[in-house]
Design a protein around this ligand. Structure first.
Ligand code: HEC
Length: 150
């Protein structure tokens, strides 16, 4: 009972076993929801993620140089058109909130591209990028991929 109360009061307490990564699920260090996927599906998602990161880097650099044409180009690369057809089988495995955040990210990059072209305002673009990146941070906080369990 005492231990139970402690766990309730201090859910962030880390036991040595957890710190060493000995517990696979629900450890204090790993609270993200696993999405079971194949190794290939994981590679697919990671590839798309690295494209997100590359676009983000280009947008920041181009905005700092006030090159709004390059900002628009980089943002468009990560827009809806770039949402490579996710294989139907993979899509079935993705939880709805995951798909929504992914969609919002692509959509946000398209909005950024459109505004960069029409307004030409670097500050506005960076503000939008900050909002788009809320999706990156939120999704990463909640989900992880898990291979090799089917
Ligand atoms: C809908 C969910 C979601 C969104 C939105 C999202 N990510 Fe990810 N990201 C993931 C998942 C899941 C992984 C893989 C985690 C794992 O392997 O367990 C990942 C992995 C990554 C990686 C590592 C790729 C590798 O090759 O190891 C990078 C970099 C990354 N994301 C960048 C971004 C950036 C930048 C954004 C926003 C512009 C973003 N992500 C938005 C879910 C998301």
């Amino acid at each position: 009972m005492y231990r139970f109360t402690l766990a309730l009061l201090f859910p962030f307490l880390i036991t040595p076993a957890q710190a060493a990564g000995h517990t696979h699920h629900g450890s204090a260090l790993e609270q993200r929801t696993p999405i079971p996927v194949t190794a290939e599906e994981k590679a697919h998602i990671h590839l798309e993620m690295r494209a997100f990161l590359a676009s983000t880097q280009k947008i920041v650099s181009a905005a700092a140089g006030n090159d709004m044409k390059a900002v628009a180009e980089a943002a468009r690369e990560a827009g809806m058109a770039a949402a490579h057809e996710v294989p139907a089988k993979l899509r079935e495995k993705l939880p709805l909130p995951f798909k929504k955040m992914g969609h919002a990210t692509h959509q946000g990059f398209d909005d950024l591209a459109r505004d960069a072209e029409s307004l030409g305002d670097a500050n506005h673009a960076l503000k939008q990028l900050g909002q788009v990146m809320d999706n990156c941070a939120s999704c990463h906080a909640v989900f992880r991929l898990e291979t090799g369990k089917r």
